[in-house]
Design a protein around this ligand. Structure first.
Ligand SMILES: Cc1cc2nc3c(=O)[nH]c(=O)nc-3n(C[C@H](O)[C@H](O)[C@H](O)COP(=O)(O)OP(=O)(O)OC[C@H]3O[C@@H](n4cnc5c(N)ncnc54)[C@H](O)[C@@H]3O)c2cc1C
Length: 423
């Protein structure tokens, strides 16, 4: 059945079905014995997408996106749910439209990314799931159902973890296209970051801060400036200097894999860190990510820095980003403007597992929430403590799928679906 993109989990499912039509998805759900679970591009790092039954991939679903301008104040694009951001982004850009943001990697599917609350950066940018205004999915009986922004269920299903059905189509809010310019800064003093973290993250449309926690000055800050916002591109900025052509090989050994610096360009070719057309590195990494309230950003950064020597040995790099508050019940930014603290680790599972509880202890005072698709050590009790709408989301999942066909061990262990005594 294969492994996750990063090789961090071997799927236990007994069968993989790859439908090309919605009717085939319905048929697959109807006829599969036992449990089923949707799988996207396999970029999650844990067993969230696994099942003891049948995996259903929507990546091959046929269909073209289409733009709906019926309500001129709320343009949308509707696309097959398995489409990758890189493909959808290029399609929109060719027609003069854009999404509000992207994650780092454009190879990830819309269905999988929105299902885990995947995010980019920007203090005014909600996670990718906040763009969802309508989803069409196949339910446990193989019936096609629609949830719209006017339905209360959208707050549960937008970050739905594949816990209630198989998304086959998604409608997303769009906006006129825009250009972004990406610049790398080096040498920001730690005192500046610790004193001004929220302001630094708010200084351009999308800002990413890269660190290994123990270096004398903050390793790099990437500013993705909105050209329509007249975001300044200063040579010196908050104690850091613009370093054109600086070695931005933080998360890849191949600089050609990264989106261009310096020249302004379309949003879909600057907001992701990685090019869609470029070489797509194989995994060989593990990621973990924790979300804390932005108002506690400086203290949270200080808390991780205090255990920097413990974190450093198996870390490739950490990335700090901003995510705007939203109303999606299982979003990591639910109800609070958020600082996201990501850890990209070398693929040393034992050592990484050992350090995660230390990080979680350090971030517990800030009510840190883990990324659903990445490695963490939270159990049901800890998840419930930080996700105030967990019970509401579970109630929606249970009502849409009373027999638990879309449940799995992972969801049960975290209390997202009711425990049904699975092995
Ligand atoms: C190199 C790399 C970079 C990353 N960068 C970021 C980043 O910048 N920001 C961030 O937040 N995360 C990031 N991630 C994490 C990634 O975005 C999430 O794990 C995301 O869920 C992966 O989407 P996927 O299509 O691979 O889904 P999968 O990993 O295949 O599945 C994830 C979940 O989505 C569900 N799902 C998939 N398809 C459907 C469907 N059709 N219907 C219902 N449920 C479905 C699955 O059941 C599962 O629960 C990154 C991961 C990697 C490997």
């Amino acid at each position: 059945m294969g492994v996750t993109w990063a090789g961090t989990h071997s799927f236990r499912a007994s069968r993989l079905v790859e439908p090309t039509t919605v009717e085939e998805v319905q048929e697959a759900v109807r006829t599969a014995p036992g449990r089923v679970k949707a799988i996207g591009t396999r970029h999650s790092f844990n067993d969230l997408a696994d099942t003891d039954g049948t995996l259903i991939s929507v990546l091959g679903l046929q269909g073209r996106p289409f733009i709906d301008l019926t309500d001129p104040t709320h343009p949308t694009v509707t696309a097959p749910a398995g489409i990758r951001y890189g493909e959808l982004g290029a399609w929109l850009q060719q027609r003069g439209w854009a999404l509000h943001n992207t994650g780092a990697l454009p190879h990830i599917s819309v269905a999988g990314a929105t299902s885990t609350g995947t995010h980019g950066s920007g203090v005014r940018n909600g996670c990718q799931s906040t763009a969802l205004c309508r989803v069409e999915f196949v339910d446990a009986r193989g019936k096609l159902r629609t949830v719209r922004s006017t339905d209360h269920e959208l707050a549960a299903v937008a970050v739905g973890l594949g816990a209630f059905g198989i998304l086959v189509e998604a409608s997303l809010s769009i906006q006129p296209t825009y250009d972004v310019r990406q610049d790398v800064y080096t040498g920001m003093p730690w005192e500046v970051l610790l004193a001004e973290a929220p302001e630094i993250l708010a200084d351009a449309y999308s800002v990413s801060i890269f660190t290994t926690w123990t270096e004398p000055t903050v390793q790099q800050v990437w500013r993705k400036s909105g050209m329509w916002l007249d975001d300044a591109v200063p040579d010196e900025w908050r104690g850091a200097v613009r370093s054109p052509g600086s070695d931005a090989r933080l998360t890849t050994k191949d600089p050609d894999a990264l989106t261009p610096q310096g020249d302004p360009g379309p949003w879909n070719e600057r907001l992701p860190h990685f090019r869609y057309s470029g070489p797509h590195a194989a995994g060989e990494e593990i990621q973990s990510e924790y979300f804390v309230p932005m108002h506690a950003a400086s203290e949270a950064i200080e808390a991780v820095r205090a255990i920097g020597e413990t974190v450093r040995p198996h870390l490739i790099v950490s990335e700090l980003r901003a995510v705007a508050a939203d109303e999606l019940w299982l979003s990591a930014a639910y109800g609070r403007d958020t600082l996201a603290i990501n850890f990209t680790w070398t693929r040393h599972p034992g050592q990484v597992s050992a350090v995660l509880p230390e990080i979680e202890r350090a971030l517990a005072p800030f009510g840190a929430r883990p990324h659903w698709g990445k490695w963490h050590a939270f159990d049901a009790h800890a998840i419930r403590h930080v996700h105030p709408r967990l019970d509401d989301a579970r109630a929606v999942f249970e009502s849409l799928d009373p027999e638990g066909r879309f449940s799995n061990t992972h969801l049960e262990q975290l209390g997202i679906r009711e425990a049904r005594g699975l092995a």
